[in-house]
Ligand binder design. Sequence first.
Ligand code: DGY
Length: 334
Amino acid sequence: MTARKKPKVYITRKLPDAVETRMRELFEAALNIDDSPRSQAELVEAVKTADVLVPTVTDRIDADLIEAAGPQLKLIASFSNGVDHIDVEAAAKKGITVTNTPNVLTEDTADMTMVLIFAVLRRLIEGSRVLTENPAGWAGWSPTWMLGRRIGGKRIGIVGMGRIGTAVARRAKAFGLSIHYHNRKRVSPATEEELEATYWDSLDQMLARVDIVSVNCPSTPATFHLLSARRLALMQPSSIIVNTARGDIIDEAALIQLLRDGKIAGAGLDVFTNEPLVNPKLLKLAHEGKAVLLPHMGSATIEGRIDMGDKVIINIRTFFDGHRPPNRVLPGRL
Ligand code: DGY
């Protein structure tokens, strides 16, 4: 019996060792051991010979790149939940299947959303900086020093009640927040009941009434600047906003202005418009204690990243076994 030829798999970034080892066992896998981001020119070269491309959110898989691919490229198995970095339509037109890694980073991302809410309202980074940067500046406990704001009893408005939004709602409810949400579709009555959630078909109405806005929808053409200058201005001056989804869902320049003017009290951001570049005005706001900024760490747990790698492997194997991969992404379906 002749052994089946292993598919040529090009992986754009360093993955956890366990995932890379398994990929080398199963595929003719080209790894990126030193994790240097691949240039567009390197990607163009790769797609001329690879059967499978495994990109991440830091790669731009646009129509030009897909156009440059050789006929052997049959699968783009993204190591990511979001697929806004891939022109899924262009891939479909060329007969290339696209897959992603949903579900396995839901809980970690929801955890990080709560971390940001706590960090902003309880001034976590500011407090920690007092000790790490100027320990002598701490004169000891005081009844009125470094006061944040209580979490329990506030209203959270979740923008996008998919898997991650719902996981955020469960956590928020456990911390005593009232759940409000805006979504294209209302969630099931059972979920609404479990979360005691209030649905707003008008995002504008919800923004004006909640204390915490959490952005949890995918980045699509329809959600680009969903939190526009006009909508952000509807938020209460005491309210805060957290974003663990994608930077381009918020009009970042407008948010910066509103934070500077004290028209929004604080922001917790894990994602940015021009990643990995962060607007210096946001950095300044962070130094002033008006924003907590993280470098896109929402899903950054070793368990999550191994689970994502396992999903990529399952998608590739299922595809080359001649079946529909479990996490196929269809154009316009996110
Ligand atoms: C994804 O996979 O879409 C995430 O943004 C990575 O954290």
